[in-house]
Write a protein that binds this ligand. Structure first.
Ligand SMILES: [Zn+2]
Length: 330
């Protein structure tokens, strides 16, 4: 059957008359044919439309997909970089709370106040439908956290600047330089914390920091103060000097080869004065200076007390060197 009126006339065999008769097409018959044709074409067209839209991606869709993949991997890189920045920020906060703020008698700032608790908020829920929801959410959360930490830290420093101005005398009496010349940090030997004892080979808590240096290298007072002890120490420190700086601080310099001439108990010293010379006296495995800082009788990590001496980069470097070395000179 054809939808169209054929050009040539069509004939049909009539069984009753036994004749071939010309077929006359009515208008309605033709109209139905045209309708059927339009309907079938539309259906086919729609089918192709669906196929191209949903099955075959268009060049624009392909480009978008590629773009999405690139953005996702860039997000991953950013997220890792943010992790590194957050780690550095953690160290700065730690120093701020446990050292700078303690030194200037300001209350420490609670961790949660510094970082905020963005996880508990609904601010990232709007991306829940994304395929990359968790990546976008965690990266944004890290950025928010870092921003908040920087803001809090900057406020803390502003506050500390004011406090420092009010405490000028006190700052002269807080250990703030390295006890020997060590600008290039090559003399940094071993840090504070659990280390292997160089003689007994057991793990022991190292209460100070070791600086390796040739015998006779000058040793400096690291802050203003009064000589409290300048004598031979029987417990292993050898020729040993202790300076009382007041405000709860004292420093100890062990294994000296010699003391500075004229130095005696009760004498006032200034930061940077030469008080003795590096040696290897007492329990020691080679010429070095063992340096301790105490606050209210408690041992402190000396690496927090070089803030007049070292830039942040040099400081990081020193921390790295002194924590990598597992062996002390004692
Ligand atoms: Zn030591």
């Amino acid at each position: 059957m054809s939808f169209f009126k054929p050009n040539a006339p069509q004939y049909k065999f009539n069984k009753k008359t036994l004749k071939y008769e010309k077929v006359e097409y009515t208008f309605w018959y033709r109209f139905k044919g045209v309708l059927r044709f339009i309907f079938t074409s539309a259906l086919l067209g729609f089918g192709f439309f669906l196929f191209f839209i949903f099955i075959l991606p268009s060049p624009a869709a392909k480009k978008l997909q590629k773009e999405n993949e690139d953005i996702s991997s860039q997000y991953e890189i950013l997220s890792r970089k943010l992790d590194q920045a957050l780690e550095v920020m953690d160290i700065i906060q730690e120093r701020d709370n446990n050292f700078y703020r303690v030194m200037l008698e300001a209350d420490s700032i609670p961790y949660l106040l510094r970082t905020g608790n963005y996880k508990a908020t609904a601010r990232y829920d709007k991306w829940d439908d994304y395929k990359t929801a968790s990546l976008v959410k965690t990266t944004t959360e890290k950025m928010d956290k870092l921003n908040r930490m920087l803001y809090t830290q900057s406020n803390s420093f502003d506050e500390l600047v004011v406090l420092a101005k009010q405490n000028e005398d006190k700052l002269l009496h807080i250990p703030a330089i390295q006890p020997i010349l060590n600008k290039d940090l090559k003399r940094t030997a071993s840090g504070y914390g659990r280390r292997i004892d160089p003689i007994y080979k057991t793990i022991r808590f190292h209460k100070g920091m070791d600086f390796s240096a040739p015998t006779g290298t000058e040793i400096f007072a690291t802050a203003d103060g009064v000589i409290e002890k300048i004598s031979w120490d029987k417990t292993g420190y050898g020729n040993c000097i202790v300076i009382n700086h007041g405000y709860g601080y004292s420093t100890l310099y062990a294994h000296c080869h010699k003391f500075q001439k004229g130095l005696r108990r009760g004498l006032k010293v200034k930061r940077g004065d030469v008080i003795g010379f590096v040696g290897s006296t007492g329990k020691s495995t080679g010429p070095h200076l063992h340096y301790e800082v105490r606050y209210k009788g408690k041992h402190q990590n000396p690496q927090n007390y070089y803030f007049m001496d070292l830039s942040p980069e040099e400081y990081d470097n020193m921390v790295r060197i002194s924590s990598n070395s597992s062996k002390t000179f004692d």
